[in-house]
Write a protein that binds this ligand. Sequence first.
Ligand code: F1P
Length: 352
Amino acid sequence: MKSGQTSNTMNEILRQPECWRRSLRTVAGFELSDIFYARKGESREWLYIGCGTSYYLAQAAAATYTALTGMRARAVPASEVYLCPELALRKGERFVPVLISRSGRTSEVLRAAEYLKQLGVPSLAITCDGNELKQVADCTIQLPVHELSTVMTSSFTSMLLALQYLSATLAGNFSFVQSLESLPEAMDGLLKSQAGKIQNFVQQHSFEDYVYLGQGAFVGIAAEAALKVMESSCSYAQSFHTMEFRHGPKSIVSPKTMIGFFLSSNSYEDELSVLQEMHDLGGIIFAVTNQADTRLTSHAHCLIEMGLAGPSLSHLAPAVVWGQLLGVLSGIKRGLNPDSPKNLTRSVVLGE
Ligand code: F1P
């Protein structure tokens, strides 16, 4: 990484593996209260709740819970809990709410927590700084991750890994737990060997707009990568299910469009066909995958091949790191300070 890019945000992106080690140790020691163990036999839907980056985290965590336990899970923006409870809470159905907030101060999350408390529904919370949220939730996982940055990076990946760890534990899937535990060391190496590729890619191109694409559990990762480039470089970015992109949005593809693909091993062939088509339409392709073949290497303008152990589902946190780097480096190239993104505050506290 070239000098002059030392900012809290960049440092926190590059130091994520250490946060992952500490967070996985914290969640390993977390004793789910009997509220959740007592229900272990019951098939309750888990409802992951957050705002902004934490809502996209909720999407990735919900996909993980369902994939690992076979039980239903959904993600909703916190505001939906109290504004549209008939949709978000589905009257009469019993569920386990998981409130996600780095700061624990976000007004919509606290309002949702209070709403659930009034309903008498016990809630689990996960936070980094969040004392306010701890006061309202029934049990809270607080991670030893302290970000100075306005935008969320290591807090996103650390809370996601902790929630994935929890789902794997509830599912009794200890090989998945081992896959998660192998990530910090692997990611240290990948950041050293791959981060420069993104820097070169950003320097070689100037984009008018960005699209990120993902399927299944990567949908939330694509949404977060799009948010990162919006927040950190004031760019226009969208995200879609990969296969949905052909159904209209592809009309925007041009040599000034960056199209980012998070390719999953489960749907690699189908996603690769979309990637090849967008390459042939003139789009500039940024691809993150675990294993690449020559079709991918010949169609991606920037390719991050992670080569991690474990299933695709355990690669969500590592995958998003490349989107974080691309967003922040794009902003730096535009002369923006990643530590003070335009119009943003560290958390949205209404009425403050
Ligand atoms: C939620 C959030 C962030 C966003 C910005 C404002 O924060 O929307 O996702 O990047 O920092 O706050 P939190 O509820 O997770 O603290």
